[in-house]
Design a protein around this ligand. Sequence first.
Ligand SMILES: C[S@@+](CC[C@H](N)C(=O)[O-])C[C@H]1O[C@@H](n2cnc3c(N)ncnc32)[C@H](O)[C@@H]1O
Length: 239
Amino acid sequence: MSALATLSADAAAGAASQLAALRPSEYTAALIQVLRARAAAVRGRRALEIGSGSGVVLAALGGLGAAGLCGVDIEGTAVAAGALLLHRLGYGDRLEMHRGDMWQPLAGRRFDLVAANLPQFPMDALPYGGRLPSWSSGGADGRRLLDRLLNGLAAHLAPGGRAVLTHNAFIDLELTREIVARDGLSLRIAMSVLVNLGDEKLDLMSRQILIAEEGRSIQRYGPYALAEMHVVEIGADLG
Ligand SMILES: C[S@@+](CC[C@H](N)C(=O)[O-])C[C@H]1O[C@@H](n2cnc3c(N)ncnc32)[C@H](O)[C@@H]1O
């Protein structure tokens, strides 16, 4: 159901109180930076974000001139907060928001651009850092949401369409490459950055992945840990 039809004053007030839990992360910032560097591929296109959270990625896509903005999130508070933000910024005329699970609200639909910063931290679903349990948890291997997105991607990309996704280096980029190749898609890394892994997050991280990745995609400097994260592009003809 469209959130626009159901957004009441109470829901809007409730959404405002959730802003702290929905604050954009450094992952989202990196995703927006890559999208901004591809402004020509956004202008006039139908854009989708799966896991739209605060709505800030959709807002950036609106600012870059996307012709259509579609957001999907499993959390009602995120859908309401995203709709509120996009309306306030003047993008309501091209906005469509859905509360739902991944591709479920989008049967039979295709988009020119699919953006996502999915929960992909290898840990059980627990609240952490003032976030909802659904914000970060990617299950034991971190891939619970990502694999579902990848398996549905080809069916939802328009001809010539692209996906731009955040991807932790420690959840097997080569597996992602293999999965999309089965559908005739290829992957390239658009950007790599190091992100902070705080103590709280390290304590929750699947031990097997932490042990395997220390010294590889995870670097420790005394009490500090930094992990590599990529923003990747996926499409049929990346040129
Ligand atoms: C890491 S957050 C990123 C949000 C957004 N990019 C931002 O910065 O505000 C991941 C988002 O995915 C949503 N999510 C989790 N599971 C989902 C699912 N099965 N289907 C759709 N969205 C989901 C969460 O509610 C959350 O808003």
